[in-house]
Write a protein that binds this ligand. Structure first.
Ligand SMILES: [Zn+2]
Length: 74
């Protein structure tokens, strides 16, 4: 699929990404999220069902499989 960013000649390709969301004031990182990523500008598209699945995952408040160090850029 053609990139939706104006003037970008890239195409979206299926990739697994590390998705970061803010949930109840906390930063949540979800690894291996299927997404479409533009090969040129890096624009990321998530399918509606993927977004729903992430929301469901956050609602269950399942224990994370690991924790990541979080740095603030100052
Ligand atoms: Zn693009």
């Amino acid at each position: 699929m053609k990139c939706s960013i104006e003037g970008c000649p890239g195409e979206y390709e299926n990739r697994k990404i590390t998705h970061t969301v803010r949930h109840k004031g906390k930063v949540v990182v979800i690894d291996h999220v299927p997404a479409e990523v533009c090969s040129v500008c890096g624009d990321v598209l998530l399918k509606p069902e993927t977004v729903r699945r992430i929301e469901a995952l956050l609602r269950t408040e399942a224990c994370p499989t690991s924790t990541v160090p979080l740095y603030e850029y100052v």
